[in-house]
Design a protein around this ligand. Structure first.
Ligand SMILES: Nc1ncnc2c1ncn2[C@@H]1O[C@H](COP(=O)(O)OP(=O)(O)O)[C@@H](O)[C@H]1O
Ligand SMILES: [Mg+2]
Length: 181
């Protein structure tokens, strides 16, 4: 993994990160490295967690989700993009269920309740593409995953910033960082 991990105040992050936020930025070249990051992150996910996946079309939100889901289920798990179904549900044997949302097509934030978001919040890990569509329903305690293209490095390079929103994720990110040293 071409890695450049550090805890910092991310000035280049499009979503305001203050000096108090714990954030990790990693540069990943190729989908396999994104999957490897997902495999490192997956063991830290718990039922009730929300991971908000930020990034434009083709950034790799679905690719990262596939990596997380495969790390918890099996390497050959089918993980279609929930573009049209809006949500896909997975039930790993040894971890909380994973609900993979793609909210691009919702027109009103209230539609998330029809998709069962309340149940997801109680017992599942929610992976949410296009989280801005939820408006103010986006939980304050969450992990933000910001995925940016890095064309100055390579066409297949992505800069991924994990930002802990709330103390629970801050502690877990620090553990994850220590585990990789
Ligand atoms: N480092 C990388 N990480 C993730 N995807 C990558 C990477 N490099 C190239 N890709 C490609 O970028 C595309 C990402 O698509 P996708 O995950 O569907 O994006 P999104 O869900 O953000 O719209 C895929 O075709 C994938 O193979
Ligand atoms: Mg997608």
């Amino acid at each position: 993994m071409t890695e450049n991990t550090h805890i910092f105040a991310a000035s280049s992050c499009p979503h305001a990160v203050t000096a108090q936020d714990v954030a990790i930025t990693i540069c990943l070249n190729g989908e396999a490295e994104t999957a490897a990051l997902a495999a490192r992150l997956a063991p830290y996910m718990r039922g009730g967690d929300v991971l908000a996946l930020w990034g434009t079309l083709g950034a790799g939100k679905s690719a990262l989700s596939r990596g997380l889901i495969r790390a918890l289920t099996s390497a050959d798990e089918e993980v279609p993009s929930p573009t049209f179904t809006l949500v896909q549900i997975y039930e790993p044997d040894a971890a909380a269920p994973v609900w993979h949302f793609d909210l691009y097509r919702i027109e009103d934030p209230d539609e998330i309740w029809e998709l069962g978001f309340e149940d997801a919040l109680h017992m599942a890990t929610s992976l949410i593409e296009w989280p801005a569509r939820m408006g103010s329903y986006l939980p304050k305690q969450r992990l933000d995953v910001v995925i940016e293209f890095a064309p100055e490095i390579a066409e297949t390079a992505r800069r991924i910033t994990l930002v802990a929103r709330g103390s629970a994720w801050a502690q877990r990110l620090q553990k994850m960082e220590l585990a990789s040293e």
